[in-house]
Design a protein around this ligand. Structure first.
Ligand SMILES: [Fe+2]
Ligand SMILES: [Fe+2]
Length: 263
């Protein structure tokens, strides 16, 4: 059997603890799984909110091939410097027409020159009312058919129902769909009947001594007081969460494995 093509997807990198975990754990992870291509969600990389051009450079230097984002993509204005000119940075593709940046790209990977299309989409349940992500996927699928060997989607959404519905909708068309945004990993990874690998959420990379990466006490106070107390990024118990996907030469998923590594 031909060697499978392996993609590692890393869940929302939250602040410095997330960046530390990725920096320290990625090299061994890459070797252990023979990783050919790395996708990471960077929407919370800059102090928990947004991404900067310097952090994007840092991620590329670590060997991350594509950085996806989500609802926090615009939180740090510095990202505007690169959102239009850096093809390896994606924002959800279902933002309305005219919004800066791009939602998908095709990247040549590995010695075999496998053409990987990465698409980033955002759900609409308990989130901003963007364009329909399902129909946006239809358009991306048409656009890249015949131009990419693998189509992998970061579906950034709050509701598990919307994510699972999208997984079924894309089954047989996407090679893999992974969810991000909730920062909590789900245990429902599977290869669907149509051949698409699926997991509702790959979890976050950051401090687990926290409420989804943020300081526990401040988070509890926010719920107790119902006021806008400013969050701080939590510290301690740094972990990397994600998933490893393997694909055949035809771009069909052959396996999906959840990853949670403690630094
Ligand atoms: Fe996030
Ligand atoms: Fe998010």
């Amino acid at each position: 059997m031909d060697t499978p093509f392996t993609i590692l997807a890393i869940g929302d990198i939250v602040g410095k603890p997330g960046r530390n975990a990725v920096r320290d754990l990625l090299p061994a992870l890459r070797e252990r799984f023979n990783v050919d291509f790395v996708i990471a969600n960077g929407e919370n990389a800059a102090g928990g909110n947004g991404l900067t051009s310097a952090l994007m450079e840092e991620f590329l230097a670590l060997g991350i091939d594509v950085v996806t984002t989500g609802n926090h993509v615009w939180d740090n204005k510095d990202v505007e410097k690169i959102i239009d000119i850096e093809p390896r940075l994606l924002r959800p593709g279902n933002y309305p027409e005219g919004v800066a940046g791009r939602g998908h790209g095709i990247y040549q990977a590995g010695a075999r020159g496998v053409r990987v299309c990465v698409a980033n989409l955002m759900g609409r349940v308990h989130m901003a009312p963007l364009d329909c992500p399902f129909r946006a996927f239809d358009r991306i699928f048409l656009d890249v058919s015949g131009k990419a060997d693998i189509l992998i989607v970061d579906f950034h959404a709050e509701a598990t129902s919307e994510k699972r519905a999208f997984g079924w909708y894309a089954d047989g068309r996407a090679s893999a769909v992974f969810g991000t945004h909730t920062h909590v990993q789900t245990a429902d990874e599977e290869i669907q009947p149509g051949g698409t690998a699926y997991i509702t959420d790959i979890g976050m990379s950051g401090s687990f001594n926290s409420v989804i990466g943020m300081d526990r006490e401040k988070s509890v106070l926010r719920f107790l007081r119902q006021t806008k107390i400013k969050y701080d990024v939590a510290t301690g118990d740094e972990r990397l969460c994600g998933a490893v996907f393997r694909f055949s030469n035809e771009g069909r998923a052959v396996s999906v494995e959840r990853i949670m590594l403690v630094k």
